[in-house]
Write a protein that binds this ligand. Structure first.
Ligand code: GAR
Length: 201
């Protein structure tokens, strides 16, 4: 394997987690891996602009242009192979990947999820919905989790977690922002460095 792990980041939206990875790479918090490619399943994702600003190659793979899930995943795999990718980071990627895909990259796909798994996770729990559910339940502590991705949505081995206290006046939006700032943007780069380091050693 090369001296640094070749990383692809898969995104769907705003890309603040991608930005945290780019910043961490610049600061040297991530030094065992390098982001070589950003793939989006949404042509309008602001994450693509963030990637371009950082001179990172981008690709768009749109489900509506594919006959089925298989073709969608095959197009992504084609790109990953073209760039000789070692590690895949799902950073706000809002599409569930099949077992065919996850088994091809076992222990080489990681995801950031905005809750303390096993709470508020799995099918249907994504983005703001996770924080809505946490507030509805009335939990006092939430947080974020970085985990390996397997065939079970949000079911792979946990790599890192960080807790965030809920405030009485929180709305889903204020909670989402605080979980991102205090937890996701910290533990995702740390986990990427840890996993990259293991891959190259
Ligand atoms: C983040 O909070 C991420 O944890 C969540 O979506 C947001 C994406 O924000 N991901 C999921 O819910 C996946 N199940 P970003 O595009 O600004 O990084």
């Amino acid at each position: 394997m090369s001296k640094t792990a070749r990383i692809a980041v898969l995104v769907s939206g705003g890309g603040t987690n991608l930005q945290a990875l780019i910043n961490s790479q610049k600061k040297g918090i991530i030094s065992s891996g390098k982001i070589e490619l950003v793939i989006s399943n949404n042509a309008n994702a602001y994450a693509l602009t963030r990637a371009k600003k950082a001179s990172i190659d981008t690709a768009c793979v749109l489900k509506k242009e594919c006959a089925d899930q298989k073709e969608f995943e095959n197009k992504i795999i084609e790109k990953l192979k073209e760039y000789d990718i070692d590690l895949i980071v799902l950073a706000g990627f809002m599409s569930i990947l099949s077992e065919d895909f996850t088994s091809l990259y076992a222990n080489r796909i990681i995801n950031v999820h905005p809750s303390l798994i096993p709470s508020f996770c799995g099918k249907g729990f994504y983005g703001l919905k996770v924080h809505e559910a946490a507030l509805e339940k009335g939990v006092k502590v939430t947080g974020a989790t970085v985990h390996f991705v397997n065939e079970i949505p949000d079911g792979g081995e946990i790599i890192k977690q960080k807790a965030v206290y809920i405030r009485e006046d929180d709305t889903p939006e204020t909670l989402q922002k605080r979980v991102m700032r205090l937890a996701e943007w910290k533990i995702l780069p740390e986990a990427v460095e840890e996993v990259s380091k293991k891959l190259i050693n």
